[in-house]
Write a protein that binds this ligand. Sequence first.
Ligand SMILES: NC(=O)C1=CN([C@@H]2O[C@H](COP(=O)(O)OP(=O)(O)OC[C@H]3O[C@@H](n4cnc5c(N)ncnc54)[C@H](OP(=O)(O)O)[C@@H]3O)[C@@H](O)[C@H]2O)C=CC1
Ligand SMILES: O=C(O)CCC(=O)C(=O)O
Length: 430
Amino acid sequence: MTTTQSTSETESSGDGDHDSALVTARRQLEHAAAHVDVDEGVIERLKHPTRVQRVSVPLERDDGTVEVFTGYRAQHDDVRGPYKGGLRYHPEVNAQECIGLSMWMTWKCAVMDLPFGGGKGGIAVDPKSLSEDETERLTRRFAEEIRDSVGPTKDVPAPDMGTDAQTMAWFMDAYSMQQGETIPGVVTGKPPVIGGSFGREEAPGRSTAIIAREAIEYYGNDVSDVTVAVQGFGSVGANAARLLEDWGATVVAVSDVNGAIYDPDGLSTHEIPTHDEEPEAVLEQDAPETLSNEEVLELDVDVVIPAAVGNVITADNASDIQADIVVEGANGPTTFAGDEILEERGVHVIPDILANAGGVTVSYFEWLQDINRRQWTLEEVNEELEEKMLSAWADLRDEVEEHDLTWRDAAYVVALSRIAEAKAVRGLWP
Ligand SMILES: NC(=O)C1=CN([C@@H]2O[C@H](COP(=O)(O)OP(=O)(O)OC[C@H]3O[C@@H](n4cnc5c(N)ncnc54)[C@H](OP(=O)(O)O)[C@@H]3O)[C@@H](O)[C@H]2O)C=CC1
Ligand SMILES: O=C(O)CCC(=O)C(=O)O
């Protein structure tokens, strides 16, 4: 079953520190709009998605019973190219979250100057409650339900929390079977053997580490002299932590859903299993101390990297953040109110729409590889990624320096200028 919701049905105001991704995304947009010369009508339009699809996804469980889950695909804006963004499997997935996340995808693709717009979707399900066979059946049925709205030139899903390369392989297979031909470009983040790109899995963590390194150096420090705490040890958190350790940083704490391990002398992050290798394994590792997920964010470190869920830095704890730099590995980890407090306190927040953008950037490389039916080497991917990240960092840095903006406002100014220009040139108003 498919229903398309009007935007007004999905709108509701947030409640301060428990703001939805949509409320936070809209507040950020309104705040940044004051710094950019863009038609008010365009800003108003960008507060809303083009469409939100909500589908019922029936699943036959392994015991023969049937359970029906709800899936979503939000498509925010496609003026610069096909909608692009991940699919999340998490119990809290809902329409508002997908819309907010799809807005961030629009800005992220524009910040990186990729020829994509923004989309996001997922299923409200706890992936840990499903067997592998159930996950495959659920994914195939979801692909079938949203098949009409996706495609290599329309809307290209990818992994996000709770999904991975295998999920994308099933999605691509289900879509291709119906189309009657293999269409690798319908999703990115696939295993390399079926058209995936080397380096895509590590890419959002790699870009988070690259941007953390640039920020550390920009504020006068050296990576080998800093301490880092990371919340979340999945695709983003684990890869960021491991790279920063490889570059000489002392990673003193990492966490998973159950809490953190802490060693002031530094952890050996390569020896800690990632979420993909073994979920919920962090607390099983030997370490001098364990901490809660709240405490890991408040450690007296140079850099803190929230790389798990959203809304973890709020008005309630922003005053307790002791790090000088927050690098947002997760999408939307900081509420609007939390952000204001951090800004007042002089904590530099490097926004998600830059920091974790390596994921969608390598997805773009994968999409190009699929279209051209060729495969880049890992070295080629990482070199191109490094170049794209440094170029985006420089674009934001210019805005920060010229107009005395926060890094988030600078990112919005860069993104909104590119989106508005594309709309103007295409004659699409708004
Ligand atoms: N994957 C991607 O391509 C991209 C992801 N992102 C964003 O990065 C964030 C993380 O995604 P990703 O790394 O893919 O996710 P994964 O599913 O790979 O890993 C998530 C990690 O976060 C932990 N976790 C889950 N819930 C909580 C919680 N409530 N508090 C603390 N830790 C928790 C998990 O623990 P456990 O192992 O115990 O389950 C796991 O270690 C999300 O915000 C996502 O949107 C951004 C850009 C790209
Ligand atoms: O790779 C992609 O297309 C999108 C990844 C994603 O969902 C994100 O950057 O938040």
